[in-house]
Design a protein around this ligand. Sequence first.
Ligand code: 5RP
Length: 219
Amino acid sequence: MSKKIIAPSLLAANFANLQHDIEMVNQSEADWFHLDIMDGVYVPNISFGMPVVKAIAKYAKKILDAHLMIVEPDRYIQTFADLGVNNLTVHYEACTHLHRTIQAIKDAGMKAGVALNPHTNIDLLEDTISDIDIVCIMSVNPGFGGQSFIENTYDKVKDLKSLIKAKKTKTLIEIDGGVTSKNAKKLVDAGADILVAGSFIFKSENPPQTIIELKNTIS
Ligand SMILES: O=C(CO)[C@H](O)[C@H](O)COP(=O)(O)O
């Protein structure tokens, strides 16, 4: 089985002492940092913008996996590349010319990700899957951390895995929203490669230990 990736979402971190939480993740068994960028237009919440991403990039020592929950993501691709982001995920529903956006992300030197809302069918990626490095399946409606996991996600992961196999691509499957040690194994068994977890990690008493617990659950 290929290595599975744990990506703590800093959305649930303590922003009053963000450097502490970044260092904690640096020293933990986590693989990536997941950054949820929300604009208050595409989703009904505003998270953080460029100055915070810049500060995170200064201290973070792992892959920066940025998830743009914003309209017109093309406008900011180069900015995120310049800030040191490694993976840039845009929403399928926010892109008018998805193929062009994917190419622009790759041209800027980043891995290209596409996120799908719970109502968006996997089949819509049939013509672009070969170009996509990461598909992020939203297992909650985007906009807020701490929501309940949508059970239909398992079927979507299986459908996506079938499409990836049929097209013979190396696309990774990422799950974002409501991930805990209760659903992690079932997600990985369905085909997930990357698990994003915010509340489950940062709201726990011992986040580094919770990350280990999550890893043990899926290994
Ligand atoms: O960004 C999100 C929704 O838009 C995610 O829910 C967030 O990244 C993960 O948080 P949690 O694990 O608390 O659901």
